[in-house]
Design a protein around this ligand. Structure first.
Ligand code: ADP
Length: 169
């Protein structure tokens, strides 16, 4: 059984086995939660991402996939980087967003992570409407069979928290 918890706050302050990063496909960092994770996690995360680019992801990490690195100075064992889809009104990319959660949990299972903290993937610069993103996130986690005991959604602000809380009910 996986317990779903919601908290409001900064994901870089969380303690968990794995913290999920809403990365971009370059794996070289960016704004939003990605920038915050690299800032607080320190240079070891970027060094590990560069190694991944050199070995497996020369063309970048594809949208919907996930890969783990060290968590550097964060209070976690791993950062799981996943690339969310940019929201589109003309094309349904829900399956790619669901894949981010599914693949992150698959990687977490491979690592043996018991607690995983997720941000609201794609809801920042990638503009996915929070209501719909929350529905996809919660449905996908509920429908995925995983050894992860606690999935924690860390919502950056009160409105995002409220949207997730309504959807969870
Ligand atoms: P994306 O490119 O996937 O949209 P963003 O980082 O721009 O990624 O935004 C994803 C979500 O993460 C947004 O809801 C944003 O408010 C939130 N966010 C930004 N910084 C943090 C943080 N430090 N902790 C948790 N969530 C954050």
């Amino acid at each position: 059984m996986t317990t779903i918890r919601l908290v409001q706050g900064d994901i870089t302050r969380e303690s968990a086995d794995a913290i999920v990063n809403a990365a971009n496909s370059s794996l070289l960092g960016g704004g939003g939660v990605d920038g915050a994770i690299h800032r607080r996690g320190g240079p070891a995360i970027l060094a590990a991402c560069r190694d991944l680019r050199a070995s497996r992801y020369g063309k970048g990490l594809p949208t919907g996939q996930a890969v783990a690195t060290t968590a550097g100075n964060l209070d976690a064992r791993w950062v799981i980087h996943t690339v969310g889809p940019v929201y589109s009104r003309s094309e349904d990319r829900s399956e790619l967003l669901a894949s981010c959660y599914r693949e992150s949990l698959r990687v977490a299972d491979e690592l043996g992570a018991r607690t995983v903290a997720f941000p609201a993937i794609s809801t920042g610069v990638y503009r996915w409407p929070m209501e719909d993103a929350a529905r996809i996130a919660l449905e996908t986690v509920r429908e995925t069979s995983t050894g992860v005991e606690e999935v924690r959604f860390v919502l950056f602000d009160e409105p995002a928290y409220e949207v997730f809380a309504r959807q969870l009910d």
